[in-house]
Each structure stands twice: as C-alpha cells, then as structure tokens.
Unconditional design. Structure first.
Length: 110
C-alpha cells in the first residue's frame, strides 16, 4: 500500500492490514512529530520531549517485516548504500557545564 504522508491525518492508511509493505511518500519540508520515550530499570526520560523530524528531500519510506527502508523513487529500496549509517552514544563533560549524554543517529546515504 502506498500513501502520501500529507494524507495520513485524513485516514489514508486506515485500510492498511499489514499483509504487504506500507510505503509512505514524503515531500521536502514535511514535518514528522516524534515522541521519544525512554524507560529503563535505572533511568527514565521525563518529561517526554516532543520534536519534529523534517524531510530534507522528496523520498519514500517502506515499512515492512525486513525493516524500514528509504528510496528516492519508490522502486529501489535495496542495494548497498555509498555510506553506511551510524549510531553513537556517549557521555561527555566540559569544564563548567557538567556531563551530558549524547545520542547521534546518521542514516545510510545512497
């Protein structure tokens, strides 16, 4: 099933049943609200921050059993990226500022 992100608030994905991939089309500038939750035995995130992820290019995102894939043309979701993605988690400290947790995510580049 293929839907435009802009049409999702009006129920465009309501018919999706999970029996095939869901492909969502994003236009450059689309703002996707994110609710980030973190809850663990030793740490929790409160309050839950709300922020937006902004589409920087027109693209298609496929949600399916094999994961989440992105394509510029809704056809070529697979293939080796020219740059792999990265995930970084660390603790940093600067004089006079205290320590902070840093989380960085970079998606693969095609």
């Amino acid at each position: 099933m293929r839907v435009r992100y802009a049409d999702m608030p009006s129920g465009a994905a309501r018919a999706y049943r999970g029996d095939r991939p869901l492909v969502v089309e994003f236009q450059k500038g689309d703002r996707v609200p994110v609710d980030f939750h973190f809850d663990g035995q030793y740490f929790a995130l409160t309050p839950v921050p709300a922020f937006d992820v902004i589409a920087t290019e027109h693209c298609f995102v496929r949600f399916w059993r094999d994961g989440i894939r992105v394509s510029p043309d809704a056809e070529h979701f697979d293939g080796k990226p020219r740059q792999p993605g990265q995930f970084r988690l660390g603790l940093s400290s600067a004089a006079g500022q205290g320590a902070k947790l840093e989380i960085s995510v970079r998606t693969p580049r095609r």
